[in-house]
Design a binder for this molecule. Structure first.
Ligand SMILES: [Zn+2]
Length: 94
C-alpha cells in the first residue's frame, strides 16, 4: 500500500523534465557550424547549440529527449559531437 515510490518517481521525472527544459533553452544561441555529414561531405549550417550537440533534430528541432531510437545520426561536428535527425526528416532526405 505504499504510494511513496510512485510519488518520488513522479517528482524525479518532473525534476528531470525541468532540468532538461532549462538546458535546452540555454542552448538556443544560433551559430555557424561546419557539419561533417555521413557520406563525407562538409556543410556549413546555422544551428542552435542544442542542435549542434545532438539534443534536437537538425532539420525540424524536435527534441531528442524522448524516444531516442526515433533519431538517427546523420553526421558530426568536430570537437562538438554527433548531430541527429528525427526519423521523419531523415526519411524525407533519403
Ligand atoms: Zn526532424
Amino acid at each position: 500500500m505504499s504510494v511513496e515510490p510512485e510519488r518520488i518517481r513522479a517528482l524525479d521525472r518532473a525534476t528531470k523534465q525541468l532540468l532538461w527544459d532549462r538546458m535546452i533553452s540555454s542552448k538556443q544561441t544560433v551559430s555557424s557550424y561546419v557539419v561533417m555529414l555521413d557520406g563525407g561531405s562538409l556543410e556549413t549550417m546555422e544551428l542552435t547549440a542544442a542542435q549542434a550537440e545532438g539534443f534536437e533534430c537538425l532539420t525540424c528541432k524536435t527534441q531528442c529527449s524522448t524516444g531516442t531510437e526515433a533519431f538517427v545520426p546523420v553526421g558530426r561536428i568536430p570537437s562538438v559531437g554527433s548531430v541527429f535527425q528525427c526519423v521523419a526528416c531523415a526519411g524525407g532526405a533519403r
